[in-house]
Design a protein around this ligand. Structure first.
Ligand code: GLU
Length: 446
């Protein structure tokens, strides 16, 4: 069987960590199984979908390294949805309803007041042709509901194991609105069948939909020549570090925002691939390495904890593991390419790549430094080796220690502050060599 999966974002806003996790797990699963990853833009909602959001989704996925092999817009596929809808109508599975929103609301309230579940009562099924014609004459347009069989729908979920949904307790879902617009459900099922999607991998917020969708799959199977049902995997949702749902803060976690904030793609993908699994939270060297690890058996039922501190720790890990060859173009773009020794010296001190400009300034430019004790600085200057090499730092500081009696922090902190202006930073042996004798001498004079 060819593995074929899809990521089906709605271009009604920016994509956030939760959407990207679905994209990523689909992508990794396809990669691991030499399968096909489909990008399917779920733009059936023509009013809320925008081309700008669609472009941003592509930019985000490309930036993360999640390239797709096939790409579709649902808004260009209305013909096939219409054919599927016609087949369901012919079979009596899709039926016209004329209730207004107010009428439905009133009925729901009556049901609730009687202690009944607010399930659609299928009154429209009893309409005669004359009654329908009368509604049409009034100017009403029908919306179309799918007639559920009302049964226990079961599937073996790759994450959740054996699942059952009872469609008896559900209202027949509306698949087509009064204005003729297809709601998400029908296009999604039609496309999953028509595109031969083998695995539907998505968030567990879709578990309830799956019962309905399986019934629609079954109802359309014959129309599409006996297509098999896809395998489902419903992943637990992301929660924040405090265990709360993410929805309120999703805006601040759009992928484009993270990109602007200097979060590395491999930190994001390592984090999103590993949270909610039994794998340790570490940076993976590549998406292929993450694909090798991908396994639904490692995913539990516990929510996946999206923790910004963990993400930042992984971000530092990505920078630490980055070779000079990889960093060089980015250093050059920031006007901070001071060579391989510079990069290897400072990279372990970066939380974000752009912070490298501070160290480029310390090494190659002018910085505000601090002399706390002028006599100490004068002594250090006096002892500064005439020829300052990569090895000079330890001999120089040993000589200052002997001359002043300062040791430990009292010895090193004034030197760090005088040479760099920073209380923390990279190894001073390499950094002082990079700063060079002239600048060291000049800075010790305040
Ligand atoms: N557009 C839907 C969503 O973003 C797709 C769900 C699905 O994967 O079927 O929730």
């Amino acid at each position: 069987m060819t593995v074929k999966v899809r990521f089906a974002p709605s271009p009604t806003g920016r994509i956030h960590a939760g959407n990207v996790r679905a994209a990523l797990i689909n992508w990794l699963f396809a990669r691991k199984n030499q399968g096909v990853f489909v990008l399917r833009i779920d733009d059936t909602d023509l009013e809320r979908s925008t081309k700008a959001n669609e472009d941003l989704i592509e930019t985000d996925l490309t930036w993360l390294g999640l390239e797709w092999q096939e790409r579709y817009n649902q808004s260009k596929r209305f013909d096939i949805y219409q054919k599927a809808a016609d087949a369901l109508k012919a079979d009596g599975r899709l039926y016209a309803c004329y209730e207004t929103a107010e009428e439905l609301d009133r009925r729901r309230k009556v049901q609730l007041s009687r202690g009944l579940p607010p399930v659609y009562d299928r009154a429209a099924l009893k309409l005669t042709d004359e009654e329908k014609a009368a509604y049409e004459a009034e100017g009403r347009r029908p919306h179309w509901r799918f007639k559920l069989e009302g049964k226990r729908v079961a599937w073996e979920d790759l994450v959740r194991g054996h699942c059952e949904v009872d469609t008896t307790s559900m209202s027949d879902p509306v698949l087509i609105r009064e204005d003729g617009a297809f709601l998400y459900t029908l296009p999604s099922v039609v496309d999953d069948i028509d595109m031969k999607i083998s695995h539907v991998i998505r968030g567990e917020d879709h578990v309830a939909n799956t019962g309905t969708q399986i019934e629609i799959f079954e109802a359309l199977s014959a129309f599409f020549g006996g297509s098999p049902l896809p395998t489902f995997a419903h992943m637990t949702l992301l929660v924040g570090a405090d265990g709360e749902g993410l929805s309120k803060r999703l805006g601040s976690m759009s992928i484009s925002q993270m990109r602007e904030d200097g979060i590395e793609p491999m930190a994001i993908t390592s984090h999103l691939a590993k949270i909610g699994t039994s794998d340790p939270l570490e940076v993976a060297p590549s998406l292929d390495a993450l694909a090798d690890l991908q396994d639904f058996d490692k995913m539990g039922r516990a929510p996946a904890r999206y923790d910004f501190d963990d993400l930042m720790r992984l971000n530092a890990g990505v920078l630490q593991a980055m070779s000079y060859a990889e960093a060089q173009p980015r250093l050059a773009a920031l006007n901070a390419d001071l060579g391989e020794l510079f990069w290897d010296t400072v990279k372990a001190n970066l939380h974000k790549f752009a912070e490298v400009t501070l160290w480029a300034q310390v090494v190659g430019g002018e910085v505000e430094t601090t002399i706390e004790d002028a006599a100490f600085a004068a002594k250090a200057l006096e002892l500064l080796p005439a020829d300052y090499t990569r090895e000079s730092w330890s001999a120089w500081t040993a000589a200052i220690k002997d001359a002043t009696g300062a040791k430990g922090k009292a010895l090193f902190m004034p030197l760090r502050l005088a040479l760099t202006g920073q209380p923390h930073g990279p190894d001073m042996g390499a950094l002082s060599f990079l700063i060079g004798r002239d600048k060291i001498a000049q800075r010790l004079q305040g």
